[in-house]
Design a protein around this ligand. Structure first.
Ligand code: BV8
Length: 244
């Protein structure tokens, strides 16, 4: 990645009236959290994550999918935000009301780094909900079963993440799309750009006149949309790009 592209991108960011920052699993990679497309290991090695993160997989293999999320929760609890998360949090704190942070990640590391008002398009690992519950499941929760279930209606407790084939949280998606349509700069960090509708946000920003900057350690599907591509690890690039 050449210094002049980074310098140009930094000028755009400094001049931005309002910016959208969209992050994916790559922003957490240097914290030690495997990206979504890193090969699964252990019990789950034989699965493709896109097949495991579905209601059908949960219904077919409730214990195996529940344990996949429990393993991921334990893994995230053991790591810390990295310089990329911290640079984003400090940049936004210095520019109140000028930055909208939207993440596809479910690890909560942006919040741990101090980011506020994080828009989580795909939910959060550390929250649970009920799979087609009766509305009184919490009061009838049994942790004797694996996964926990409702003794009144039999519903299973599930991680409050968005599975493939499920709609994204309506308000979160609306706010993210509005931010894309009103931003003059869109900074995209650590996403393959393969999962929709999140991956459509940079194109939406571009169509509304924003400049798009992509930070990724590898080429991504969003490079064609970008006005600047900074091919570098986020933990190295963002502290320079977003230096106060
Ligand atoms: C929906 C929670 C309506 C679960 C996740 C339009 C076109 C095509 C397909 C669709 C479409 N609309 C809908 C679809 C279907 C589907 C989809 O997009 N499929 C894809 C695979 C083609 N979308 C959906 O189902 C969405 N729902 O649209 O509802 C609907 C309803 C019914 C039928 C149709 C539509 C729901 C999608 C949400 C799925 N849930 N997560 C869980 O975590 O278990 S998505 C999951 O992927 C993670 O959240 C992850 O964040 C996300 C995106 O992946 P990335 O973040 O990009 O991670 P990835 O590993 O791919 O890439 C990491 C990147 O980081 C790489 O580029 C790498 O180079 C880079 N990197 C690595 N290290 C570093 C780095 N970069 C910088 N520094 C580093 N150090």
């Amino acid at each position: 990645m050449d210094a002049s592209t980074e310098s140009l991108a930094r000028q755009w960011l400094q001049a931005a009236r309002h910016m959208l920052i969209l992050t994916g699993a790559g922003v957490s990679a240097e914290s030690g959290v495997p990206t979504f497309r890193d090969a699964l290991t252990g019990l789950w090695a034989r699965f493709n994550p896109e097949d495991l993160a579905t209601e059908a997989a949960y219904r077919d293999h409730p214990g195996l999918v529940w344990d996949w999320y429990e393993m991921r929760r334990d893994m995230v609890r053991a790591v810390a935000p990295n310089p990329a998360h911290l640079a984003i949090a400090q940049w936004a704190a210095a520019r109140p009301d000028k930055v909208t942070l939207v993440t596809q990640n479910v690890d909560g590391l942006h919040q741990q780094a101090g980011s506020e008002h994080v828009i989580e398009l795909h939910g959060n690992l550390f929250r649970n909900s009920w799979l087609h519950g009766c509305g009184r499941c919490e009061a009838h929760r049994s942790d004797v079963t694996h996964p926990p279930s409702c003794t009144a209606c039999g519903a299973l407790l599930r991680p409050a993440v968005v599975w493939f084939g499920e709609d994204l949280p309506r308000v979160a998606l609306y706010r993210a799309q509005h931010a894309a349509e009103t931003a003059d700069v869109c900074l995209v960090v650590g996403t393959s750009g393969l999962v929709y509708p999140a991956a459509g946000l940079p194109g939406r920003a571009k169509a509304a006149g924003a400049r798009v900057i992509v930070v990724n350690s590898q080429p991504s599907a969003l490079d064609a949309t970008a006005d600047a591509v900074l091919q570098a690890p986020a933990g190295e690039c963002l502290p320079r790009l977003l230096a106060l």
